[in-house]
Design a protein around this ligand. Structure first.
Ligand SMILES: *Cc1c(COP(=O)(O)O)cnc(C)c1O
Length: 496
């Protein structure tokens, strides 16, 4: 089957998977969605015997049908190799009756490595397939993790450059250090005087600016996106849910066909959307549990049917989820609107214009696969402490939001079936919040003393990513205002 992609705001035009990956965002500002949903065509008993790389091929080939077997296997082999500190790539750890799917064993010890390790390879392969000669400029807004993971993926990949905007005062010290020490002649990092939504809005504006695209083209460049709106990010994320399920079958923790729940700490709605796609292609998933932090715009949406971004933005201990506009939700809205681009576009316009939109009762019924809730700062800290004291297992703040919300779900729904929690960052990445949640006595220690203590109490090794930043020199020291983003890009590319 040849699967094509169409825009959530378009008029039915279609592109191939490789074209969708190259473009990132559709010309009309919509997101690319598959025009049909493929079905997993390998028995679970076979998937259970496969390596991560083999499962990745079986899942990704369903979505990226214009890539040859050789191309896809090549991309997979180059992505999921020894940059991961475990051969299984995404281990499943049982603690306190649930399964933590550890997605943080890559370059930057957070789950975005899962997709961003492969995206550059998918993109350069896609460029070759489509005879693109322009240099590809990856333009990225980050709430902390994407930026570093994207740069780690794209650094020194020929034919690409990457520029990353992050909220100067909205990321953790470790996240910032990781970004400003990034190597690679083709990488550029800028702190903006604004929050993540400002950064994301600024980046979207540049993507939608036809005049800017022409200026770029004339100079031999074209933009693409490594943000989680790119289907080249989304598709690799479907893989680990299938892999996790296959693992549960393999270890006889479930039987093939049993339904499981999946809990995902959510920001931009990319990771949980991938879990939803896994369900749609046939993975037996009961509820998708959408966990938010104090910025609970998604919880309110699931409860009321109104998405309202007009509210205070709070900086929390789970900064990668501090988001008021969850871009990937648009793909779900489009789907529950009956794949109707006009209905969807009207809602997205209302979100931009009035700051909110409401879905119909009919659409609301289509949300039955989801359960939304949130955990505040105290509940998040308590989840870390309780799990550590009960089991010795240490989780990061984002994963803790999910763990706390999962507890609320069990109480609300009285449903105790096997559950996978997406564990999206290593506790080492958020050592201060994690350690002080466990015991306030750690609050006087500096970042690296905290890491040393975490090594002791968690009985794990210090990740390479942390060792590196102890000594790495700062290579980037650029800031700009929200209005100055476009000029910053042009200057770096040498465009007048
Ligand atoms: C990005 C991120 C999230 C949120 O994922 P989305 O796909 O944006 O919903 C959660 N946890 C961590 C650690 C992240 O980096």
């Amino acid at each position: 089957m040849n699967l094509t992609y169409t825009s959530t705001r378009g008029h039915g035009e279609t592109v191939t998977a490789s074209q969708a990956i190259l473009k990132g965002l559709a010309d009309d500002g919509g997101l690319f969605v598959p025009t049909a949903l493929p079905k997993l065509d390998v028995p679970m008993t076979s998937l259970a015997e496969m390596s991560y790389q083999e499962v990745a091929y079986e899942v990704m080939k369903l979505f990226l049908t214009d890539f040859t077997e050789e191309e896809l296997k090549n991309c997979i082999a180059r992505a999921y190799d020894s940059k991961f500190d475990t051969e299984v790539i995404a281990p499943l750890v049982q603690a306190d009756g649930v399964y933590f799917l550890e997605l943080f064993h890559g370059n930057t010890i957070a789950f975005k490595d899962m997709a961003l390790s492969i995206l550059p390879h998918l993109m350069t392969t896609a460029a070759k397939k489509n005879n693109v000669n322009n240099e590809i400029v990856i333009l990225t807004a980050t709430s902390g993790d994407t930026g570093k993971a994207a740069m780690a993926g794209f650094a020194d990949v020929p034919g690409t450059r990457i520029i990353v905007f992050y909220p100067k005062h909205g990321v953790s010290p470790v996240q910032e250090k990781q970004m400003v020490t990034q190597k690679g002649e083709n990488t550029f990092v800028v702190g903006i005087e604004g929050n993540f939504d400002d950064a994301q809005t600024g980046v979207k504006k540049m993507f939608n600016d036809k005049k800017l695209a022409e200026e770029l083209g004339a100079a031999g460049f074209q933009f693409s996106s490594a943000n989680s709106i790119n289907i080249g990010r989304l598709v690799p994320q479907v893989v680990y849910y299938v892999y996790a399920y296959a693992n549960l079958v393999k270890n006889e923790q479930i039987r093939s066909g049993d339904f499981i729940n999946i809990t995902v700490p959510t920001g931009n709605f990319g990771n949980i959307l991938a879990a939803y796609y896994a369900k749609l292609i046939g993975l037996p998933v009961n509820k998708l549990i959408c966990a938010s932090n104090t910025n609970k715009v998604l919880f309110d949406f699931f409860t009321t049917g109104t998405y309202d971004r007009k509210r205070e933005f709070t900086v929390t201990s789970s900064p990668s989820m501090d988001i008021l506009i969850s871009s990937n939700l648009e793909r779900l809205i489009y789907r529950i609107a009956g794949n109707d681009p006009e209905k969807n576009a009207a809602m997205m316009q209302a979100l931009t214009g009035e700051g909110e939109y409401s879905i119909t009762d009919e659409m609301k019924k289509e949300l039955k696969d989801f359960y939304g809730n949130y955990a505040d700062e105290q509940e998040t800290a308590e989840a870390i402490k309780a799990l550590y004291e009960d089991t010795g297992y240490v989780i990061d703040t984002h994963t803790a939001v999910a763990a706390a919300v999962y507890k609320k779900y069990v109480e609300d729904a009285n449903d105790v079936r096997p559950t996978v929690i997406a564990s999206t960052a290593s506790p080492f990445k958020f050592a201060r919040s994690v350690m002080t949640a466990i015991d306030s006595k750690y609050s006087t220690l500096d970042e690296f003393e905290l890491v040393d203590e975490l090594v002791k109490i968690s009985n794990t090794e210090e990740p390479e990513a942390v060792k590196e930043i102890r000594t790495a020199p700062v290579r980037h020291d650029h800031t700009c205002s929200v209005d100055g983003m476009e000029n910053t890009v042009k200057q770096w590319l040498g465009i007048k």
